[in-house]
Design a protein around this ligand. Structure first.
Ligand SMILES: [Zn+2]
Ligand SMILES: [Zn+2]
Length: 135
């Protein structure tokens, strides 16, 4: 597991963030909303305590992708950055690939496996859950 603080940002560098606590969890999400929002066949989230997060440069734009869900992104370059849901009070979920050192952040589980693209075969032994029974 990586050490804090964790830093990251968008592709153009306009939005930068820092997290001053270890991640609460790290997991893959296979849901169709994440897929469309990121353009990637699977998403990997890093769950952070909202209180440990600071935006050190710039500001996210927010888009309500579902009732009670806000997805944050850079308005300049479009990089998806965050997910916040009413179902996860006090948490901000960051996309792992926006961190400066994603190689230090190891996923622990998969969620929304019922929506996984069939051709995407990830050969790990991590626990697999339906919907968000975990995370
Ligand atoms: Zn940007
Ligand atoms: Zn998802």
């Amino acid at each position: 597991m990586s050490t804090s603080p964790l830093e990251g940002g968008c592709l153009c560098g306009a939005v930068r963030y820092r997290i001053d606590a270890p991640p609460k969890w790290i997991g893959y999400c296979h849901c169709t909303s994440c897929r469309r929002s990121t353009g990637a066949p699977v998403t990997t989230f890093v769950g952070a305590d909202a209180g440990s997060v600071s935006f050190t440069c710039g500001k996210r734009e927010q888009f309500a992708s579902s009732p009670g869900v806000q997805r944050g992104f850079c308005a300049r370059c479009g990089t998806p950055l965050t997910y916040e849901g009413e179902r996860f009070p006090g948490e901000i979920h960051f996309y792992v690939s926006t961190f400066d050192e994603p190689q230090t952040l190891h996923p622990e589980f998969h969620v929304y496996c019922e929506e996984r693209l069939e051709w995407l075969d990830i050969a790990d032994s991590l626990p697999r859950y339906l919907a968000t029974t975990k995370g």
